[in-house]
Design a protein around this ligand. Structure first.
Ligand code: AQP
Length: 343
């Protein structure tokens, strides 16, 4: 079976990077895979979250999933903390993974900065919980942005070490696959023109929820006017667009805007350059603004409506959690006996 798992943290304003790198790509996978899309609230609290903000942001991510076209009847949409098996498996993985593996994670180093003695222990263990999210459902494919690549490699390392450390017990309990493994080695799905959307102010920095400048990102809740203004004010070099896609090399801002256009219109960057090569920003930026407004405008409107309808959103999360829990518990029954826990 082919199963997809991915998650988004309810840690602030969802932005175009989250949409193009993740949410937009979740939608077509519903046709080919069993899909589980999580709102990872337990990951979010690895840094401080005001409880009311966390509740609002959790509903906002769920609303974005639905507004983007994920069908909560077909896919499973839920928030992580409703399924306690995530925490249970994460603990076991904390005992499989090595501290050195966690210390090498660039996201930890970036987020901890010079202050690494004084951040939460959860921030260091973050990838171990992420491995639990994925492997609890024995997911085979994980669609994410490029920034998550290193964490997915760690998920593979944890699965392999668990399979290896417990090989004898997996065989004794007769719960392995044909090759003797228990957990699958997950494939990341990182592809297309928008695996890493950059800040609109600085083409060398990732577009991010935590950037203090609101002008650096397009929020999925921005209205049409706001979206168009941010694109028109985006930092660029003064040169016109290159005649070939190779000409985007060394021009991070141009490369970023062309990539955004390509992803929003389901084209390659080559196709976008075929249309706009040699044209100036005065032509390209308004075209990009129109395109972005036509895609994000209706979605933002639907998100705003859904976020207010907490009864509907909470029912979707509760129903999804129930379905997720049944799958998760089936895995944990085996894991507990593999590890040697008596029930
Ligand atoms: N700039 C981006 N370009 C492409 N994909 C991106 N993603 C995030 N930023 C970009 C993808 O969105 C999914 C959800 O991310 P997350 O919420 O789990 O965490 P994150 O990567 O830490 O998101 P942010 O916005 O960058 O938040 P902060 O500022 O808190 O670090 C993932 O699939 C991610 O790859």
């Amino acid at each position: 079976t082919n199963r997809v798992f991915s998650g988004i943290q309810p840690s602030g304003d969802l932005h175009l990077g989250n949409y193009l790198g993740a949410i937009r790509r979740f939608v077509p996978l519903q046709d080919t895979h069993d899909c589980i899309y999580c709102v990872v609230d337990m990951h979010a609290i690895t840094v401080w979250q005001d409880p009311d903000d966390l509740r609002r942001a959790t509903r906002e991510v769920a609303a974005a999933y639905v507004a983007a076209g994920i069908d909560p009847k077909r896919a499973i949409i839920f928030n992580q903390s409703q399924v306690m098996q995530h925490a249970e498996l994460a603990w076991i993985f904390n005992c499989v993974a090595r501290i050195g593996w966690m210390n090498r994670m660039t996201q930890f180093k970036d987020k901890a900065g010079k202050n690494s003695e004084n951040v939460s222990l959860g921030l260091l263990a973050y990838p171990s919980l992420m491995a639990a999210d994925i492997l609890l459902y024995k997911a085979t494919h994980v669609p994410v942005g490029d920034d998550q690549k290193q964490h997915l490699e760690l998920t593979r390392d944890i699965a392999a070490k668990f399979n290896n450390d417990y090989a004898a017990s997996i065989a004794a309990q007769n719960v392995g696959q044909d090759d003797g493994s228990f957990f699958p080695i997950t494939e990341p799905l990182i592809a297309g023109p928008a695996t890493r959307i950059m800040s609109l102010r600085d083409g060398t920095k990732k577009m991010s929820k935590s950037d203090p400048s609101d002008q650096s990102r397009i929020s999925l809740l921005d209205n049409a006017d706001g979206i168009a203004k941010k694109i028109k004010k985006a930092t660029t070099d003064p040169e016109p667009l290159p005649e070939t896609v190779e000409g985007l090399a060394g021009r991070p801002e141009a490369d970023n805007l062309v990539g955004i256009y390509a992803a929003l219109s389901d084209q390659s960057k080559t196709q976008v350059i075929a249309e706009f090569g040699g044209k100036g920003w005065g032509t390209f930026k308004p075209a990009l603004a129109d395109l972005a407004v036509s895609v994000l405008g209706p979605m933002g409107e639907e998100m705003r409506r859904l976020v207010e309808d907490t009864t509907t959103i909470d029912a979707i999360l509760r129903d999804g959690a129930e379905r997720a829990r049944a799958l998760a518990e089936a895995t944990m029954v085996d894991v507990r006996s593999i590890v040697g826990f008596i029930r």
